[in-house]
Design a protein around this ligand. Structure first.
Ligand code: SF4
Ligand code: SF4
Length: 302
């Protein structure tokens, strides 16, 4: 049985599909969007995240627990020698202050299903279910396929939230087993897409065409990042492309925010969004109205 690597499991989510949902975040993503607020979802391997402000001054449990000598306390805070660290998590296990976290855990589909089923009552009463997000869930296709099958047997509504960057056969295999797809479209212009995500959008657009041709239930999600994709050319170009597909009627706008900054610091990764600012309420409303005028049902998400 394939195992999956996930980095979070969020209960009572209300923005990841219909009703109240359990959202499972798969670890690893092929894109590197400059506005990403889940940097812990980028790498395909477990990582150690440190929050020095939580560290207790009279403690050095983590230093004693590390078999690799990869962590020291300097000026009262834990400092990680990342090349030496193998992310075993022993330091996190002993930390009494949750100042160290091992991000990423491996589990089987049966184990994950048990977690999902704990929220069954909320899912059923609200018309919700489970959403597989990330990172990029399609980058772990065998595990995703297995958990989707198990959810279907239990009649749990499933949603997959994808950036669309996956082989066509993977997307089609997963789509057959999924009730709803949330499909992210970042920019319609290929050069812009490469500049801001690191990858071409050709495969992504082709994949969306494939889903639409099959009449799959899809909601398109557009992150709105001022100066990147909030211009009229991109918004109307996106609307024109979506209209040409014929079967897509719903769009969700996700305003850019800077809430992932702490996590970048904890992973010692450099955030690359200093020049971005969140969109104003007026700008969002304008974009919403423009897309509604093009015939789409548009909602504002988070
Ligand atoms: S994760 Fe393991 S190797 Fe890395 S610092 Fe902690 S105990 Fe040491
Ligand atoms: S175990 Fe936690 S609280 Fe203790 S020194 Fe390490 S990081 Fe700080």
């Amino acid at each position: 049985m394939p195992e999956g690597l996930i980095f979070d499991l969020k209960k009572y989510a209300i923005n990841d599909g219909p009703g109240i949902r359990t959202t499972v975040f798969f670890k690893g993503c092929p894109l590197r969007c400059r506005w990403c607020h889940n940097p812990e979802g980028q790498s395909f391997a477990p990582e150690i995240m440190i929050r020095p402000s939580r560290c207790l001054s009279d403690c050095s449990e983590c230093v004693a627990a590390c078999p690799e000598g990869a962590i020291v306390k300097t000026a009262g805070v834990p400092v990680l020698d990342r090349p030496r660290c193998n992310a075993c998590g022993k330091c996190a296990d002993v930390c009494p202050a949750q100042a160290i976290e091992r991000v990423g855990r491996r589990l089987s589909a049966a184990q994950l299903l048990r977690e999902i089923e704990k929220d069954r009552i909320f899912q059923e009463e609200s018309g919700g279910g489970v959403t597989f997000s990330g990172g990029e869930p399609l980058s772990q296709p065998d595990f995703l396929s297995e958990i989707l099958e198990q959810c279907r047997k239990k009649e749990i509504h499933t949603t997959v939230d994808t950036c669309g960057f996956a082989p066509a056969d993977v997307l089609e295999r997963i789509a057959e087993k999924t009730d709803l797809i949330l499909f992210d479209l970042k920019a319609i212009d290929e050069k812009k897409h490469i500049a801001f995500t690191g990858k071409s959008n050709r495969l992504i657009l082709e994949n969306l065409k494939r889903l639409a041709a099959k009449g799959k239930k899809v909601v398109v999600r557009i992150p709105i990042v001022p100066g990147v994709n909030d211009d009229e050319e991109n918004i109307l170009g996106t609307a024109e492309f979506l209209r040409s597909l014929g079967t897509i009627s719903e769009i969700s706008l996700l305003p850019y925010h800077k809430l992932g900054r702490d996590k970048y610091r904890g992973l010692e990764k450099k955030a690359d969004d200093d020049d971005f600012t969140p969109p104003s309420a007026e700008r969002l409303e304008r974009i919403k109205k423009d897309l509604e005028d093009c015939g789409f049902r548009v909602s504002l998400g988070e």
